[in-house]
Ligand binder design. Structure first.
Ligand code: AMP
Length: 569
């Protein structure tokens, strides 16, 4: 079934236990996302589920909340194996998902353990020995523990495959099968995947019992209503989002804009940050009284505030004529939510712009929105410090021109004339321009924001699988030219360090916005490896790998051609 976007079910309607409702409210979640509304009820009933959903849809909470709902009281929980196992493709996702489950299960004392390669196994062993409720693991490391008998799945009630297509792309199919073989038949099984190729369907047929199917990628009921606005997006790392937003606002200089965030907390924080940077921003969310909300809207209508930072719930039905821009500070949780948001501008033939900030892993959600709305979203590069300066100079120049046309400047003539005795008139004009420029506010941030490389479109599925399948051949052929459009990278760890193709894919997919399927041939030698990545992403991958570890090892990473003479190790 496609998710129903007109549904207004609340978290309380989903009959979640009070500890979970309290955690969600303290996180500032105002309502379930469409995937949560569709997935949580059948999961609470114990049904198996096959869900098509990408990062950004709220899929983690969609499976985490039903897991936590089942958690027994502390007294009944022993030192046995976990009641739930979540398999994820990368260690970053393992950490992220376990943190999310930990946050939601805070009041239940849920014991959640991420296990992944690269982390000392002893720490994981100690935690497993003490007893855990939920394990979030990469398939390779989960299987390691099963082999050592340190992870027992005999008491498993729920098994989740998260980002299943990524796990298959990374060559984990056998590990997943071997793990399934260790679980009781009575288990509930949940599979989430951004795409549903045949290989996923095969796994579903083998391991899921009469599953409920839900997809976020279906037809959009609102797609036909997409207003004709200019649509663009920027891919930005989370840490740089606030600075990126400031810069975009400076260049766009909207008359009035609404900035959408996911949670109440984010609305409050962002409003504070924007006000600190000199914007006139007002918060609008479900935690405010109607009177407070009315006051805020009046300020925007009256022109004393020009940025409204809001959650979807609070902005529902809002109609403000002055709005020229809709900014999605986070990608919306479904295409319909996107369409509803951008419907705030471009009404009655007026001009409008919709700008979306997406984190690298959320890139796929943009593609889904494009497909469903049938409107292109152009991916832009962030304005640089130089762009910003050029734009500010343009604004200063326009202001001066206006002033010149307006005339009525005689009162200032005495200043120019007296300075002209001492200085050249052009010099005097330059100093005046400088003052006018600075009066417009000097940008708070004058550091460049790292650009995230544009990622190429994945190829048709056949060749994609071919390319992504990790090759574990003999000695790498270092003289061979990389495939078209690909750059070959040298990574200074190899078989000797226990590196497998999936470790490299995991490290790259986890640290950059490339997905497993975009990584090309991988060759592993005794003491080094060669990995092909799209040309456009090479710098990003090099920087990311240099800053992190592969299977716990720091490695030299460079373009292969940078190695002047390959030394056989
Ligand atoms: P996911 O698609 O699971 O990676 O979630 C994307 C983001 O949405 C995460 O930052 C979550 O914390 C957030 N999120 C999930 N559910 C909700 C919700 N119902 N309301 C607001 N934010 C949410």
């Amino acid at each position: 079934m496609n998710v129903d976007e007109t549904d207004t079910t609340t978290f309380a309607d989903l009959a979640l236990r009070p500890e979970l409702l309290a955690a969600l409210s303290s996180l500032g979640y105002e309502e379930p996302t469409p995937i949560q509304r569709a997935a949580i009820p059948p999961l609470l009933e114990g049904k198996d589920l096959l869900g098509q959903a990408a990062t950004g849809t709220g899929k983690t909470a969609a499976f985490a909340l039903p897991i936590l709902q089942r958690l027994r009281g502390a007294a009944e929980r022993g030192r046995g194996g976990p009641m739930a196992l979540v398999l994820v493709p990368t260690r970053e996702l393992a950490v992220q998902v376990s943190e999310a489950i930990h946050r939601y299960g805070r009041d239940l004392g849920a014991r959640v353990l991420p296990i992944y390669g690269g982390q000392p196994i002893t720490r994981q062993l100690r935690a497993l020995e003490r007893g855990v409720d939920v394990v979030v693991a990469t398939p390779g490391r989960a299987l390691d523990h099963i082999g050592r008998r340190t992870l027992s799945l005999g008491a498993l009630e729920i098994m989740v495959l998260d980002e299943a297509d990524e796990m298959l792309d990374m060559g984990f199919a056998e590990e997943i099968e071997a793990i399934f073989a260790e679980t009781p038949d009575s288990r509930q099984t949940v599979l989430f995947s951004a795409t549903l190729p045949q290989r996923i369907d095969r796994i579903a047929r083998r391991h899921l019992r009469d599953p409920i199917r839900i997809q976020i990628d279906g037809k959009s009921s609102a797609a036909g209503e997409t207003p004709l606005v200019r649509q663009s997006a920027y891919v930005v790392q989370r840490a740089h989002k606030a600075a990126a937003l400031g810069r975009i606002l400076d260049v766009e200089s909207p008359a009035a804009a609404i900035v959408f965030c996911r949670t109440r907390d984010e609305v409050d924080q962002l409003t504070e940050t924007l006000n600190g940077r000199g914007y006139r921003a007002e918060a609008l969310h479900g935690g405010m009284s109607q009177e407070q909300r009315d006051r805020v809207i009046a300020r925007v209508r009256g022109g004393t505030a020009d940025l409204l930072v809001a959650t979807d719930v609070a902005a529902r039905g809002l109609d403000i004529d002055q709005l020229t821009h809709v900014v999605n500070y986070d990608v919306p949780s479904s295409p319909d939510s996107y369409v509803h948001r951008i419907g705030r501008v471009g009404r009655a033939g007026r001009e409008g712009a919709a700008i979306t900030l997406a984190e690298p892993r959320e890139h796929r959600m943009l593609k889904t929105i494009e497909r469903v709305t049938k409107r292109p979203i152009s991916i832009e590069t962030l304005p640089t410090v130089a762009d910003l300066r050029a734009r500010r100079l343009e604004l200063t120049s326009a202001a001066l021109r206006e002033s010149l046309l307006e005339g009525d400047l005689d009162g200032f003539r005495v200043v120019v004339e007296s300075l002209a005795d001492e200085f050249d008139v052009v010099e005097v004009a330059l100093a005046a321009v400088k003052l006018a420029y600075e009066a417009g506010g000097v940008p708070a941030d004058d550091e460049e924001i790292p650009q995230v490389a544009q990622r190429p479109e994945p190829e048709a599925s056949g060749s994609r699988e071919q390319r992504a399948r990790p090759e574990q051949t003999g000695a790498p052929r270092r003289g061979r030219a990389p495939s078209g459009g690909m750059t070959r990278l040298f990574v200074g760890v190899g078989r000797e360090a226990g590196i497998r193709p999936q470790d490299l894919v995991g490290a790259i997919a986890g640290e950059t916005r490339l997905s497993g399927r975009e990584i090309g041939a991988i060759e592993i030698a005794q003491r080094f490896s060669l990995v092909e990545v799209p040309d456009s992403a090479a710098d990003e991958v090099i920087a990311a790998l240099r800053d992190s570890t592969v299977k716990g090892r720091r490695a030299t990473v460079r373009r292969e051609r940078d190695a002047s003479r390959p030394t056989r190790k």
